[in-house]
Design a binder for this molecule. Structure first.
Ligand code: AMP
Length: 115
């Protein structure tokens, strides 16, 4: 059994971070190194899926729940518009292999792609 991911440890209260929103199967935190005025992470409570490809194949309803949570957060924390990024694989910048979406919002018109 591998070590719990950093996000599981946050959910379990072992690493301090404010959980800013929660649904039945997902939760959201602020990214510790924000790349946009609003930079949140939406994360399944289970770390069963390592990336969005596995998640889409294994539990499309949970993927839809993440998108819905991202949409609510963008409305609450910005003007409702947002960019949703799933880094998939280390060469794309994925560092935590517990699937999560980056929700970027707030004045992104000039920003280039990337999280
Ligand atoms: P990725 O590189 O796509 O796997 O995204 C992982 C993200 O987790 C990075 O943007 C990190 O800044 C963020 N991160 C790492 N540790 C923490 C933490 N303790 N609290 C909030 N965000 C974190």
């Amino acid at each position: 059994m591998s070590e719990p991911s950093i996000f599981t440890r946050i959910l379990d209260g072992e690493i301090p971070s404010e959980i800013i929103a929660e649904t039945e199967n997902a939760f959201a935190i602020r990214d510790i190194a924000p790349k946009a005025p609003v930079h949140l992470l939406v994360i399944p409570k289970s770390e069963q899926y390592r990336n969005v490809v596995e998640l889409a194949a294994g539990d499309p309803d949970l993927l839809a729940e993440l998108v819905g949570l991202a949409n609510s957060l963008a409305a609450e924390h910005a003007d409702g518009d947002f960019r949703l990024i799933f880094n998939t694989g280390p060469n794309a910048g994925q560092t935590v292999f517990h699937v999560h979406a980056h929700v970027l919002a707030g004045g992104l018109q000039e920003a280039s792609l990337g999280a």
